[in-house]
Design a protein around this ligand. Structure first.
Ligand code: NAD
Ligand code: UDP
Length: 343
């Protein structure tokens, strides 16, 4: 197969490109590196079946030149960390809307399978727990997270409209919190933040009480699920995630234990609209894709810590906190700015 992966230079995308190459597929990776990095795919450039095109998929997808038939398009391009989509709100809406349309058009031109990376964020701060795919969600359409949540909800609607109107072979996966090697140390997500802080001897920043929950999936498991979705003709949506639900305080304890760090913890205000509980129902994934996660949180965090330790340098954050934020007393604790807007 020839698979086009938008966002292939990011965390999940780079692992997906690797997995597809490993099974003999050809891969064209499209990325603008707005939240990804060339380092993630540098080891793939020399591979014969790998091609890269620097592309902002919101502006358009130009596959000019000699291009093999495209068999599948996997649309992963989008900021994914709350810190990233707060920093890039208009870009996030653009890639979820125009970017998705361009990726769908590419698939349509080639009669290719189209897989949309949607998210558990379409359930918002859920009133139903755990979350099955037929739960319609509780999203604040005007809150700071809406740029991501609503962009993904629109992307789902657009993909379904293409399936209904053009008979497009569309599949929608709703990805729950996933972690592993190649998370950016400063991307603001909880696993990367906690590991970086523990290894640096800094206190782990717990937002709110730390009682809010997430269900963390190791990247290798998740990528197996994406590949299964590429190979199927399921429309979905299908949840992909590990139903092993933990509180954020439990995660902090686990990271401190595995790293052997005595960093301790500090509490910061909870960001606006931060979901209280999140856990996937994965019956559909199991029944329709034969997929379930296999790697425990303990094992996955150990692997991720080993990778963070193997990195010789930790790149600095992309931007310093603005003076406005630093001076905002609602977002500062002990004189340090809160990395996210708070509710
Ligand atoms: P990431 O930020 O590491 O990767 C996203 C990639 O998309 C980056 O390489 C970025 O440069 C690229 N990109 C962004 N806008 C682009 C544009 N306009 N044109 C081209 N490239 C663009 O994030 P990730 O964790 O790898 O997430 C990948 C996808 O999976 C996203 O769509 C995200 O919404 C979805 N997802 C991820 C998670 C998770 O826990 N990792 C959970 C739910 C959904
Ligand atoms: N979180 C935290 N400390 C951090 C980063 C995140 O306590 O340094 C919390 C955050 O408030 C949320 C959970 O961890 O409740 C997961 O956050 P993340 O940004 O990783 O993902 P998402 O909110 O998108 O699930």
């Amino acid at each position: 197969m020839h698979v086009v992966v938008t966002g292939g230079g990011g965390f999940l995308g780079s692992h997906l490109c690797e997995a597809l190459l490993a099974r003999g597929d050809s891969v064209t990776c499209l990325d603008d590196f707005s939240t990804g990095s060339p380092d993630n795919i540098a080891h793939l450039y020399s591979r014969e079946r790998f091609a890269f095109r620097l592309t902002d998929v919101s502006a358009g997808i130009d596959m000019a030149g000699p291009v093999d038939a495209v068999d599948a398009v996997v649309h992963l391009a989008s900021p994914a960390s709350p810190a990233d989509y707060y920093r890039l709100p208009l870009e996030t809406l653009a890639v979820g809307s125009r970017g998705t349309e361009h990726a769908l058009e590419l698939a349509q031109r080639h009669g290719a399978r189209f897989v949309l990376a949607s998210t558990s964020e379409v359930y918002g701060d859920p009133h139903v727990h755990p979350q099955p795919e037929d739960y319609l969600g509780n999203v604040n359409p005007v809150g700071p997270r809406s740029v991501y949540d609503e962009a993904k909800r629109y992307a789902e609607a657009l993909s379904c409209a293409y399936a209904r109107t053009h008979g497009a072979n569309v599949g929608i996966i709703r990805i729950f919190n996933t972690y592993g090697p190649r998370l950016r140390p400063h991307d603001g997500r909880v696993v990367s933040s906690f590991i970086r802080q523990a290894l640096a001897g800094e206190p782990l920043t717990l937002y709110g009480s730390g009682d809010q929950t997430r269900s963390f999936c190791y990247v290798d498991d998740l990528v197996r699920g994406i590949v299964a979705m590429i190979d199927s003709r399921e429309l979905g949506p299908i949840n992909l995630g590990n139903p092993d639900e933990r509180s954020i305080a439990q995660l902090a304890g686990l990271v401190l234990e595995i790293t052997g760090s005595d960093s301790g913890t500090e509490f910061l205000p909870l960001p606006a609209d931060d979901p209280v509980r999140r856990c996937p129902v994965i019956i559909r994934a199991t029944e329709r894709l034969g997929w379930k996660p296999e790697i425990s949180l303990e094992d996955g965090v150990q692997r991720t810590v080993a990778w963070f330790r193997s990195q010789t340098r930790v790149t600095p954050p992309r931007e310093a906190p603005s003076a406005e934020r630093a001076n905002d007393s609602t977002s500062a604790v002990q004189g340090r700015p809160h990395p996210l807007e708070t509710g």
